[in-house]
Every structure is written in C-alpha cells, then in structure tokens.
Design a protein around this ligand. Structure first.
Ligand SMILES: Nc1nc2c(c(=O)[nH]1)N[C@H]1C(S)=C(S)[C@@H](COP(=O)(O)OP(=O)(O)OC[C@H]3O[C@@H](n4cnc5c(=O)[nH]c(N)nc54)[C@H](O)[C@@H]3O)O[C@H]1N2
Ligand SMILES: Nc1nc2c(c(=O)[nH]1)N[C@H]1C(S)=C(S)[C@@H](COP(=O)(O)OP(=O)(O)OC[C@H]3O[C@@H](n4cnc5c(=O)[nH]c(N)nc54)[C@H](O)[C@@H]3O)O[C@H]1N2
Ligand SMILES: [Mo]
Length: 704
C-alpha cells in the first residue's frame, strides 16, 4: 500500500563514475525561515556527509551549525528505534519494547473505542518538528479529520504575526528575501538572524558590503545587533508604539509617498488620527528611548531608499504582538517602499505558495464538513484544555512537537499529561519530555530516511527531500504510521492509503501560474524550484486583502467589533501596565531561540551544546549584583506561584530589568526539573490566540 520512496530514482546522483558515493538532493526540515536545500552523500547505505547545496541561491552551499550535524542526530545512540509501551508511572519514562503489530493493535483499539463514543475526545497535537507537507499534516490530518477528532489551532509560534499581516497586507506575503541585497537600509526588527536565520544574515552582509545601512531593533544587544550600524533597544513589548511613532513623524514632517498612499492604501484618514496620538516624546517614554532616536529612525526610514524591514517572530510573543505587526507592516506603504523590489517588509512569505489545503489534508473527510466542524482546541493552552475541556480529551496523539517542554505554563501542562485516564501516543526520534508521558511511544524516521516536499516562510522555493537511506531500526515515517493505523482501524478511504508522492502532489495546485513549468518529478530531480512571483509584488498595489489595498484601517476587524486601526497594547505584565506586579517581580523575562538548538530539538545532541552545556540565562551585572548573584552561579527565577533554576551569566548586553533565558531546554535537563516555561503564562495575544512567552515578569534570587 505504501510507496517505498527510497527506491525512487528522483534526486539520486552518482558523485562520480563507477559505484562510488551517491549524492541525494534533500531539504532541511526545520522550523526556520531558511529551509535549506541539502546534498546528502551516501556510501554503503550510510550517510557520510550533509552539506548545503551550492547551487541553491539562498542556501549558497552552507548549513547552520545544527543541521551540519544532522548525521550525528540521525545516528545518535539515543534514537528511538523500536515501538515501546509504558511500564512505569506517567512521566517516569520507563518503557518496554513491543512489536509494531502490538503497537498498532493497542492504538487502534483505544482510538476506535473513544471514536465510537465521542470522537472529539481524540486530539492530535503537532507542530513544525518537520515542516514538510507529507510528514507534517499530510496523512495525520487526513486520519484525524476522518475520525471527527478535535481540531487543533496551531498557534504556538506565529499566529499573532500572521493575523497582523492578514489584516494589513492580506496574508503572509512580502518581499523576496533575495532582493535585500539591493536594499540601502535594512531594519532588522525583533529578530536575531545570526542565530535564527543565518542565510538571511548572509544576504544582509552582502547588502552591507554594497553600502547598505543596517539597524537592529531589539531590547537585547544580540550578536546581530552588535554587527549592525545602529542598535535601537526599546523595552520588550513596545514595538507597536515605536512603529506608530515612526508613522507619526513621517506624516507630521510630510515625508510620505502621497501618491502610493492615495492609490494603494485604505483608511489613511482614520489611521492618521490614530498615529497622531503617538508623538515622539510619548513614544520615547513608552519604549524607554530618547525622542530624538525615534525622530532620527523615522527620517532614516524616509530618506534612505530602498528601505526594507526584516521582521521575525521575536517581537510578537507579547500581548500586543499582532497590533505591533500591523503597525510595522503599514510602514512600507506610507513611504511607497513597495515600489522597489528591494523595499518593503518580510515576516513570512508562506502565503505566496499555491497550497491546495483541501487536497492536502482533506478536511472534507470530516463528518460534518463544511457546516458542522468538530470543536477546536488551542495548542497554546493545552494545559488548560487537558484539565477542563468538555467533552474531556481522552486521547492525545503527539507528532512533530514536544509540548511538555515548549508550551507555556508547564506545571499545568505536565499535570494534564500525567492524567491516568489519558491515553497518549507520541511519535518521536528521541525520548523528549513529552515522550516520557507516552503510553505508546512510536519511532519515527528522520529527514534522511523519508520523502517530503517543503515550502518555507523565508524564501520562495519549493524544496524536495529525497530519502537518502532506509529507515533505521524499526522507525517508520509519520505518514506510514498513520496509514497503518488507519487500516488497522478498518478505515478504507482511498485518501488514507495515499502514497507519500500522492500526498505531496495533492498539496499544491499545479495549474497555478506560480508553478508553471514544474512538476513533482522535476522538483525531485533538481531539488528545488522558485515560485514565479513578481520581484516587487506590490509595486502597483494588488495586495491580497478584500480591498486590494494595504489596509491601514481594516474593515474586517471593524466588522468583528474590534479596533480597525493598529494600536499599542502594552504587555499584560510590565511596569507600565501592572506597577504592583512589577514592584514584586521587576524583571522582564524573554526566552529567544538558542544558536545551537532548534526550539527543543538538538538539546540532547552533546556535540552541539558547545558553550551551552546546561541551561543558562543572562542578567545585567547591576541586577545580578543587587541580588548577590555571582558569575556562573545558580539563579532561581520565580513568579508568585512558579519557579525554575538556571545557571546565571552576568552580561551587560542584557538591558537592566530584563533576563534572557535561551530556549528551549528539556525540563529534565534543568537543575530543578523545570525549564523557562515553568513561569510563562497561558495568556493569549490580542489577535491570533497565540502565546505570550515574552510577556512575563519574574524576580531572581541566588541559589547554592
Ligand atoms: N538557531 C535557531 N534558529 C531558529 C530557532 C531556534 O530555536 N534556534 N527557532 C526557529 C523558530 S521556531 C522561529 S519562530 C524563528 C524565530 O526567529 P526570530 O523571530 O528571529 O526570533 P527570535 O530569535 O525569537 O527573536 C529575535 C530577537 O527578538 C528579540 N525580542 C524579544 N522580545 C522583543 C520585543 O519585544 N521587541 C523586539 N523588537 N525584539 C524582541 C530577542 O531579544 C531576540 O534577539 O527562528 C527559527 N530559527
Ligand atoms: N519559552 C519559550 N517557549 C517557546 C518559544 C520561545 O521562544 N520561548 N518558542 C515557541 C516556538 S516559536 C515554537 S515554533 C515552538 C516549537 O515547538 P515544537 O514544534 O514542539 O518544536 P520542537 O521543540 O523543536 O520539537 C519538535 C519535535 O519534533 C520531533 N520531530 C522532528 N521531525 C520529526 C518527524 O519527522 N517525525 C516525528 N514524529 N517527530 C519529529 C523532534 O524530535 C522534536 O522533539 O516552541 C515555542 N515555545
Ligand atoms: Mo517558531
């Protein structure tokens, strides 16, 4: 029934004459804007080299430090290679091996019984452990749709920002990342690309060599901020005010492109009134900046052309995240930056792909489609849902995610996963924190062992992943596990027996002009293809909003009874919004990505840890001294009811009043058994129902 992709011819090339090594065209699967094209060298059935494709324009022959070690991750002695059943208590992580037949019987029996009673009692929990169409939602969603399981709102990373883009530009669309080489001004806003998008950083470096000016906007003086010409450090969660302040100066000083505004924006008059409430001195006091800094930033933005903004998700993990993205995404239209291919903004370009959502995940298999859909559970509040959803969640099927470590408010998440009456299946490569709570732990293949096809949010290529080697041990691709499970449950819909190639083919609308001249076979052979999207997609308007304009004021938000204009919504937790709380817990905690990890992936690969041997946080030397925290000493970070313990590093790159705890460690690797998500809350953003990881006040105390 299932295909055997490793026998497929696509993308495999002899490196040289004779029977020497083979080179296979592959794709990096991780949740990163760069989605690199890779070349995998295989000798005698083993991968001997993982490299970036030198011909792929954005990969340009290099991989990040993490993925360059993908071989070590795949062949790690800790890989899960057999199905296992829990023998200890939940969370203890004790398992015994069983056969695939036993595992499938157990899963099918439990899920069938629940589905017969109340299918919404079943919840899939998955995110972007792999971003491929096939090993992501391809077969998993089809199965859960067919069962009528609860739907999952996949909000944990980008939903606030995507909502901000949706109500302003009309979707996740923006500049072509390759055009930043020609920008004269690059504002890197809420992003640390040296860590989180190193191939964009290469492009920005090239632009710098060609004379571009680089400005970083980040409360923390990151590696990236240190290498830019200028670093502006607003208080966390105040970016919306800063963007409105820039707009205020642009309008007050008559620096806008009146023709572009008149022809290609909606609601300018109302927007103007709103931004006039944000003069530079007010903005400066909200953001903790000088008024002159705000004015100067606006003037640079108006006069250095083409001007490009590279936003990333770091600044939308706070109460006003979506509004901040709305305010920032409005700026290019004001100065007509979109006229030039090297001007505009990019947060995510995933909306440029002609995805066929129905063909791909088959929501039409849902019993009540399209009128009566099962309930939706928000993944960001899984802690609460496991405690109080009605009807209760009786079974969880986790794949491509590690919610016990990455979801906010860990104590509640853990309490939920520890429920004795919950049946949990986890598909994994490693025994993560989440795997410890599995009743049934199933070994999944890695990117080297399965077929997939990828889009991304940071460039405009479709990238193919041909399998390089046969699955290790008894590991199986997610797609295959779900196919087998469907059959074991007696579900005989052809959609649930589709091969990996059929899923990939169904994920895209191949008649769309953006894919003209491409086929699945040609992409597998070449490794990648660029979408045919205009270099400057909005040079003459044509935004994918209902009005076709950049919506400075959003009729859709208004129709929902919401504020149609972007505004600054202060964090839930900050000195200005909750002075009483801030008096007791004065430090703003942020937990951005660590250079050598990918969220919680790779934390267990010893060779990658480098300096990151154990969980650590950075604190300003003055804040440390005031609490008697010595360099390298232990520190307890706590709120009223919750706490975790990391090693402290005193570092003046961290502003006073802020603590930076690099994420996301597994709980079991932290001294007190809890990572940073012990103290993050389940409060959600203004739009998008997304988590507010960086909206968190704590106090710190020395330990040991
Ligand atoms: N090496 C590595 N790369 C990754 C990841 C990883 O874990 N490791 N994760 C991947 C994922 S899932 C994502 S979503 C992306 C995220 O990629 P980015 O959006 O670049 O995200 P972060 O690195 O979270 O944020 C970058 C910066 O945002 C700053 N920041 C925090 N709060 C604020 C704020 O209120 N305002 C402003 N202006 N800046 C703020 C932080 O100090 C940090 O330096 O990266 C991806 N790439
Ligand atoms: N405090 C704090 N928490 C955060 C964040 C933060 O900045 N601060 N960032 C948030 C963000 S941006 C994100 S995107 C989320 C990320 O959260 P997740 O999407 O849960 O990402 P990872 O932690 O990388 O876990 C992915 C898991 O998928 C597994 N995996 C990878 N490929 C496959 C596969 O092919 N099959 C199967 N079965 N498993 C696979 C990996 O082994 C890994 O354990 O975390 C969020 N949590
Ligand atoms: Mo993310």
């Amino acid at each position: 029934m299932s295909d055997n992709p490793s026998e497929s011819a696509g993308g495999a090339h002899r490196a040289g004459p004779g029977t020497g090594p083979r080179v296979v065209r592959a794709a990096c699967p991780h949740d990163c804007p760069d989605t690199c094209a890779m070349l995998i060298t295989v000798e005698d059935g083993r991968v001997t080299r993982v490299a970036g494709d030198p011909d792929h324009p954005t990969t340009a022959g290099t991989l990040c430090a993490k993925v360059a070690r993908y071989r070590e991750r795949t062949y790690s002695a800790e890989r899960l290679l057999r199905p296992m059943r829990r023998v200890g208590r939940k969370g203890e992580g004790r398992f015994e091996p069983i056969t695939w037949d036993e595992a499938l019987d157990l899963a099918a029996e439990r899920l069938t019984a629940i589905a017969a009673r109340e299918p919404q009692g079943i919840l899939p929990y998955s995110y972007a452990g792999t971003m491929g169409w096939v090993q992501g939602e391809g077969m998993g969603s089809r199965l859960f749709h067919r069962l009528g399981a609860s739907l999952l709102d996949r909000t944990i990373c980008s939903a606030a920002g995507m909502a901000g883009l949706m109500y302003t530009l009309g979707g996740s669309v923006g500049m072509d990342v390759e055009r930043y080489v020609d920008s004269r001004l690059i504002v890197i806003w809420g992003s640390n690309p040296i860590t989180s998008s190193v191939h964009f950083w290469s492009i920005a470096q090239e632009a710098k060599r060609r004379g571009a000016r680089l400005i970083a906007i980040d409360p923390y003086r990151s590696d990236t901020a240190l290498k830019c010409h200028q670093h502006i450090a607003p208080l966390p969660g105040t970016d919306g005010a800063l963007a409105l302040g820039i707009a205020q100066v642009l309008i007050a000083e008559g620096r806008i492109d009146a023709d572009y505004v008149a022809r290609h924006t909606l609601g300018f008059e109302a927007y103007r009134e709103r931004v006039m409430q944000y003069p530079p001195d007010r903005v400066a006091s909200i953001c903790g900046l000088d008024a002159a800094e705000v004015v100067d930033l606006a003037r640079q933005y108006a006069t250095i052309s083409p001007a490009a903004i590279r936003l990333n998700y770091g600044m939308q993990r706070t109460r006003g995240g979506a509004n901040a993205v709305r305010a920032i995404a409005s700026l290019p239209a004001l100065i007509g930056a979109w006229r030039d291919p090297a001007g505009g903004v990019l947060l995510s370009g995933s909306g440029h792909y002609p995805v066929d959502g129905v063909g791909w995940t088959r929501p039409d298999l849902m019993p009540g489609w399209p009128d009566r859909l099962p309930r939706t559970i928000n993944m960001s509040t899984i802690g609460e849902a496991l405690e109080s959803a009605d009807p209760p969640i009786e079974a969880l099927v986790v794949y491509n995610a590690n919610p016990v470590a990455v979801a906010p408010d860990s104590d509640r998440v853990i309490r939920g996963f520890a429920r004795e009456d919950l049946f949990t299946i986890v598909l994994e490569h490693f025994q993560t924190d989440t795997a410890d709570y599995a009743d049934l732990l199933l070994p999944a293949t890695t990117q080297l062992e399965h077929f997939d096809l990828h889009k991304t949010y940071g460039h405009r290529y479709v990238v193919a992943n041909n399998p390089a080697i046969a699955p290790l041990g008894q590991a199986k691709p997610n797609s295959e596990i779900f196919r087998l499970l469907a059959r074991r449950m007696g579900l005989d819909d052809p959609a649930l027996a589709a091969s990996d190639e059929e899923i990939a083919a169904a994920a895209l609308d191949w008649r769309d002009p953006r894919l003209a001249g491409s086929s699945l076979a040609s992409i597998r052979e070449r490794g990648w293809v660029k979408l045919r999207v205009a270099d400057a997609p909005f040079a003459d308007g044509g935004f994918p909003t209902p009005s076709g304009k950049c919506e400075l004021s959003s009729p859709r938000l208004q129709a929902m009874g919401l504020d149609p204009l972007p505004d600054h919504l202060p964090p839930y937790e900050s000195a200005s919004s909750d002075p009483a709380l801030a008096a007791r817990y004065p430090l703003q905690l942020i937990s951005p990505p660590a250079r050598n990890f990918m969220n919680s992936t790779f934390v267990n690969i010893t060779s990658l840890r480098g300096a990151d041997r154990e969980p650590a946080c950075e604190i300003h030397p003055d804040d440390a001294a005031a609490r008697g925290i010595g360099a390298g000493g232990g520190v307890r970070l706590f709120t009223a009811r919750r706490a975790f313990r990391y090693r402290a590093r005193r570092n003046a790159l961290t502003p006073r009043g802020v603590v930076v705890a690099w994420g996301v460690w597994w709980h079991k690797m932290a001294a007190g058994g809890r990572n940073v998500n012990a103290v993050t809350s389940q409060a959600l953003t203004d739009l998008g129902r997304a988590p507010t990881f960086y909206d968190c006040l704590v106090e710190a105390a020395r330990v040991g």
